[in-house]
Each structure stands twice: as C-alpha cells, then as structure tokens.
Design a protein around this ligand. Structure first.
Ligand SMILES: [Zn+2]
Ligand SMILES: [Zn+2]
Length: 383
C-alpha cells in the first residue's frame, strides 16, 4: 500500500533535450504509485552544481550513460509528500513525516562489490543517477530542476536538521558532502600543517571552512574573483592567492611557495576543475605530502602531462574522491548545524531563480556572475 497526500498529476520541469540549447519547460507525469522504499518530494530548492554545467554542454566525463532528454540537477532539498511502503524513516532511522525536508542521494545498488565488499558505494557499478536518467520513462521525475522529484528506493535519505536553512542544505547535498568525503579520505589535518585549496568556488569555499574548523594551521585558498576570496577569508583562509593577480600556473606555485618560505604544503586539495590544476597542484606539495583531486570531471581527451618520477621521488600520496554517500550528506548537514553561527553559508547561495529561469541560472554560473544559483520551483517562501 502507498500512502498518498495530494499527489499532483503533472510537474513542471526544466528539461535538457539538446546540449548547449536552452532548457525546455515541460509538464512531466508524476508517478501516482510508489515502489516500496520510494518517496515523492516537492522540490523546495535545487542549487546548480558545476556538473550541471558540464551536463548541459556535453563535456561531463564518467562511466554513467546519459539518456536525453533529462532533468538536470542533483543537488536539492525536497519536502516529503508521499511514502512508498517502508519509507517512513530516513536512512539513519529518524522518523519522516509529510512535510519534512530531506536530502537524498543517487541510488547505489547495495549488491555489487563496491557496495558490499569495498564499502565505496559511490563507485557502485549499477548506480541510478539523477540528471542522467531519461525523463520520458517512469519514474519520470529524476532530476532536481522540477517541481517534484522521485526518490529512488535505494537512494539514501536524511532529514534536514531544523537549524539548517533549506538553501544551505541544498548546497550541502552535492558540494559540501563531496568536500566532507574528500576530507575523510585524505585523513587528519594538524595545527602545524598547511593546507592549500585550489579553487574558490562552492567546494573550495566549503573546504576552507572545514579545514578551518578542523584546526589546520595555515590555509591558503587560491581562486577568483575577489568577492569569492572575501568569502574564503570569512571562512578562515589565512592567506589568499588571486588567480586574477597571478594568471599563470607558475606564478601561483611561486606565490604559494613564497608564503611558505620556499616549501610546499602538507596537504593540497584540488577543487577548481581547471585544466592545468593538477600539474599546478603538484608544484605546491611538500615532499611526503598528500594531494586530493576532487574537481576534475573532464572525460577522455583532457589529458595533461605528468612526470611520474616526481611523485615517486617526492613520495607523494595522491587520491581522488567522487561524489558522496548518505553518511557524508548527514555529516555535511551536522557540520552546518554546528557551525552556522561561525560561517555565513548563505553567502554561497545569494540568488534565487524560477524554474523558467534555469537556463539563465546556468549561463550566469558559467560566466562566474553567480557563485551557486538556486532554483526555487515553488517560490521563495520559507527558503
Ligand atoms: Zn554535483
Ligand atoms: Zn552497487
């Protein structure tokens, strides 16, 4: 049996039918019955991720198939409006009620080796992805840029704490959870160590705050434009390196090493997504240091030159992080709950857009005129 509460017949959605073309507003059917474990949610906010830009222009790499037309968006907060059987609790056992806000994950299968053996469910070989799945077949509502969304039975879901604003929670549900996952993988940071953060977009800024809260001794955030560097400062960066003032990678390496008396940093995070960032970051690491590569999502044909002997001789640890699973979503939300008086998370999501402004939101983000646009399909009330 499915518990239903005023399920609408259709939902407006901003649909990607052709790469780099304006998104098309369509009326999409709303599933009237839910599979066991599924939920139906009303999208309160859907923030735009860098991956949405790459999805839009067709440059997104990865193993997952893209089946157009799709509804972009995988970073969102929904209010529960209907339960499938057995879905009345979140992944952690917290009871869910109609109207509760949740964040939810892509769906890992819980059966493949990555899910069951390696404990790395973001590598699941059968993962159901929002925004890659065709929206003309059931369950139709498989992306964030819509009035309603279908939560897959295998999607992790977590109730958003009351202290966390909807706009922050939306930004947490890809950007911050990915940063949390990166920090978990790279390991401990100490008060006597320096952290370099490449990129002052949402991931780089969240990482700056997290490194600050964890007690890293020195935090050097690299990016542009200046208003983002100002947020980095507010989030705890001890030093800033402006890409506008240092347009060449070699200049930025020199700027970082000048700050550190000629040395490199113990930990470097790559969150910029820039083509040259990986080789550049290698130049900023101290011998024996650690490098986390999280921002690089380009596909084949985007290779860069690397001298492997440098990694050997410097005894570097280099790792990657892809996406996040439900535990990282919850940790991201708990971090926001505990630190919202310390960091102004609202600074990352200053602007709201209607669904029919989705193309404008993408365009402005690509032009760096907006840091993280937020779609509000039902208006701004309560957001
Ligand atoms: Zn994302
Ligand atoms: Zn799996």
């Amino acid at each position: 049996m499915t518990t239903t509460f005023d399920i609408p017949k259709t939902s407006r959605a901003a649909v990607l039918t052709k790469h780099s073309e304006p998104l098309e507003i369509r009326e999409i059917p709303v599933p009237q019955t839910l599979e066991p474990g599924a939920l139906l949610v009303r999208i309160e906010a859907a923030t735009v991720c860098g991956s949405d830009l790459h999805l839009w222009d067709g440059s997104l790499g990865g193993s997952q198939a893209l089946d157009l037309p799709v509804i972009p968006g995988h970073e969102m907060v929904g209010k529960v409006i209907a339960f499938g059987d057995g879905a009345e609790r979140d992944t952690f056992g917290t009871p869910l009620e109609i109207g509760d806000r949740i964040c939810f994950t892509h769906a890992s299968c819980n059966q493949c080796d990555h899910c069951r053996f390696d404990n790395q469910p973001t590598l699941c070989t059968n993962r159901q992805y929002y925004m890659f799945t065709n929206c003309e077949r059931p369950p139709y509502l498989v992306g964030g840029f819509a009035e309603y969304a279908y939560v897959f039975p295998n999607s992790g879901r977590v109730r958003v704490p009351d202290e966390v604003e909807t706009s922050w929670a939306s930004a947490a549900s890809c950007a911050l959870r990915t940063v949390v996952h990166s920090f978990e993988r790279i390991g401990k940071m100490n008060p006597w160590e320096t952290v370099v953060i490449q990129g002052a977009g949402p991931l780089g800024l969240f990482a700056t705050a997290l490194a600050d809260h964890l007690g890293a001794g020195r935090i050097i955030t690299i990016g542009a434009p200046d208003n983002r560097l100002a947020i980095a400062k507010q989030y705890g960066a001890t030093d800033l390196v402006s890409v506008a003032e240092h347009p060449e990678p070699e200049d930025r390496i020199t700027a970082v090493r000048d700050l550190l008396g000629g040395h490199g940093a113990e930990v470097v995070f790559e969150f910029s997504g820039a083509r040259t960032a990986f080789t550049e970051g290698l130049g900023m690491i101290k011998e024996g240091g650690r490098y986390m590569v999280t921002g690089q999502i380009d596909g084949p044909g985007k290779e860069v030159p690397v001298r492997p002997g440098f990694i050997t001789r410097q005894q570097l640890t280099i790792m990657g992080t892809w996406s996040g699973h439900i535990a990282e979503y919850r940790k991201a939300l708990e971090f926001m709950k505990n630190t919202h008086g310390k960091y102004d998370f609202g600074a990352l999501v200053p602007n709201r857009y209607r669904l029919d402004q989705a193309t404008e939101a993408l365009t402005r983000m690509r032009a760096q005129e907006d840091i993280k646009p937020m779609l509000v399909p039902h208006g701004t009330e309560g957001i």
